[in-house]
Design a protein around this ligand. Structure first.
Ligand code: NAD
Length: 342
């Protein structure tokens, strides 16, 4: 029997692994893989010598593959015209839209767990109901958990018979790199300059600013590291003193126990602040330093409460309630019980 020709449609988490799996079957030929975009898996595939042919799905996005250095062997139609079976590994719900195309090419298709059960003739598991899939045009695989679950229960069932099962699933929330599911065990970077620097220049046009932003899976505040170039040299002690005199900056010491972002949150709890809100930004005294004449320091931003004082200042300005800046912010500070600690 000649080799069965297989296509993988959707070269993501599952598709890239399906392709590897098919490629090592002696009685199958992986004709190629198709995707809508030159994702990281496809870029890596090129870098290791393009072992599989790549086909595009969308004519309009074809140029993106060339721009990413991913060589194309043709379109999805070209691929489907050369295969017997398509393994659909597109995101849940997309496979349903692809089904007509598979039918048009007279290609059998196997869908993954994210599709609805009615997409296929058979809800399939290789060990538990192989016979049901024989000769069928469309199969749908069980999800990852169900696949393992059925595998184990079937193993027992075939030997001793199983009357009932009750299960508890402790489910991983995302695959590595799944930033679309939220930040889970990942640090997500943004392009330079981050919008905060651009915004700073809108408020203070005389200061040049640029910067990098890395999203972290943390909820108790941001930390901004700054390197500021002063117009004239300034010492570390003077910098600390300037910050201490600012009513909306709280200067703390690592040696006192403020060794993290969460320490500020904890401290606000001990102060009895409502919701542990903190209006001030924080500065760690031991984190102020010099690089030549440039001043290096880090600020803690309690993101939930930090804009409250400046917003109240805004009320004072827009009415206007005060026309003098220091009078206005001073009143805001007074009513919010914020004061310099120098
Ligand atoms: P994924 O997002 O990692 O990969 C999907 C790929 O399909 C992406 O590269 C995307 O660009 C591509 N794609 C999107 N639309 C396309 C189209 N029209 N044509 C071709 N390619 C297209 O998704 P995944 O995690 O691999 O999930 C695929 C299927 O496998 C889903 O049904 C999912 O429920 C199921 N599944 C996932 C896991 C898992 O752990 N991730 C486990 C078992 C089953």
């Amino acid at each position: 029997m000649s080799k069965i020709r297989v296509a993988v449609v959707g070269y993501g988490t599952i598709g890239s692994r399906l392709a590897d799996g098919v490629a090592v079957q002696d009685d199958m030929e992986l004709v190629g893989v198709a995707d809508v975009a030159p994702n990281l898996s496809l870029r890596a595939l090129q870098e290791i010598g393009a072992p599989f042919k790549v086909f595009f799905v969308d004519e309009e996005k074809k140029d993106k593959f060339a721009a990413a250095g991913v060589q194309l062997a043709g379109s999805l139609d070209d691929l489907l015209s050369q295969v017997d079976v398509a393994l659909d590994a597109t995101p849940g719900g997309v496979g349903a839209r692809m089904k007509d195309l598979y039918s048009k090419h007279n290609v059998k298709a196997i869908f993954q767990g994210g599709e609805k059960d009615d997409i296929a003739d058979v809800f399939f598991h290789g060990y538990a109901n192989y016979e049901n899939g024989i000769g069928k045009d469309f199969l749908k695989l069980t999800s990852c958990n169900t696949t393992g679950l059925v595998r184990a229960v079937d193993a027992l069932d075939r030997v001793v018979g199983v009357e009932k099962v009750a299960i508890t699933i402790i489910r991983r929330v995302a695959d590595p790199g799944d930033t679309h599911r939220g930040l889970v065990d990942v640090l997500q970077v943004e392009k330079v300059p981050n919008h905060q620097c651009v915004d700073l220049m809108k408020i203070m046009p005389h200061v040049q600013a640029t910067g990098l932003l890395v999203h972290t899976p943390v909820t108790h505040g941001h930390i901004i590291n700054l390197l500021a170039t002063p117009k004239e040299p300034i010492g570390v002690e003077e910098v600390i003193s300037i910050f201490k005199q600012h009513p909306r900056i709280r200067v703390v010491k690592i040696s006192d126990g403020f060794d993290s972002n969460a320490a500020f949150f904890q401290y606000a709890r001990h102060l009895g602040a409502k919701r542990a809100d903190m209006y001030e930004i924080g500065v760690w005294e031991e984190c102020v330093g010099l690089s030549g004449n440039d001043v290096m320091f880090a600020i803690y931003i309690p993101q939930e409460a930090v804009v409250i004082p400046e917003t109240i200042d805004g009320i004072r300005a827009c009415v206007p309630m005060q026309t003098d800046r220091l009078e206005a912010v001073g009143l805001t500070n007074k009513y919010l019980r914020m004061q310099a600690r120098a």
